[in-house]
Write a protein that binds this ligand. Sequence first.
Ligand code: UP5
Ligand code: MG
Length: 201
Amino acid sequence: FSSNDVTVVFFLGGPGSGKGTQSANLVKSYGFVHLSAGDLLRAEQERAGSQYGDMIREYIREGKIVPMEVTVALLSNAMADSLASSPPPAGTKARFLIDGFPRKLDQAHFFEDTVCPSELVLFLDCPEDVMESRLLKRGETSGRADDNAESIRKRFRTFVETSMPVVEYFRGKDRVVEVKADIPVEEVFAKVKAGIEARNI
Ligand code: UP5
Ligand code: MG
């Protein structure tokens, strides 16, 4: 597909900041197609015959970032599939909300050079103690192999060291809408909405 046919919004924020939760709201209100890099990686990990399953499992448990070739291929395939199965009305662009990606600067450059530049970066800012208690609570039922105290600590560290520089890079380009996320879901969404509408996305 051509990058002229799509609008891409990156959705970043620490583990448990609420990206998945707010994505569901954004799909309903703004007709985004939601693609979670983490969900795509977990699906690939479970796919029979995947050559990457064991590697992905190990990276996710350790809170490390899976080599970008794998993630970018999953994302661009998912975009192409979505465009083929539900093409946008003539004269309009498909809108993709890419959740949890890019988490490393080289991924940001690679994706924007080879797939499509992003229009906007939504960033949920949430204190670690709040994210930790949300994730530990979710871990009681989520079945996610990384919702445990040790993996959570590693995910936080990767986020601060590796993923925050991506946010800062886009901030320098004035492409970031930042929202405080340690408030109720509906209040976060109201702020996200205001940010999106102010940018005419
Ligand atoms: N909750 C949400 N909002 C709330 C609010 N305002 N008030 C109170 N509670 C709120 O929310 C987490 C929990 O908090 C839920 O129980 C929710 O109800 C509650 P959620 O919306 O799921 O938060 P989210 O930010 O999506 O958290 P998630 O755990 O999905 O974040 P991660 O970024 O850690 O997970 P992701 O799936 O993106 O990645 C997992 C791993 O995959 C990474 O660690 C990495 O190993 C790998 N990965 C890559 O290698 N490369 C990639 O590009 C992407 C992922
Ligand atoms: Mg998520």
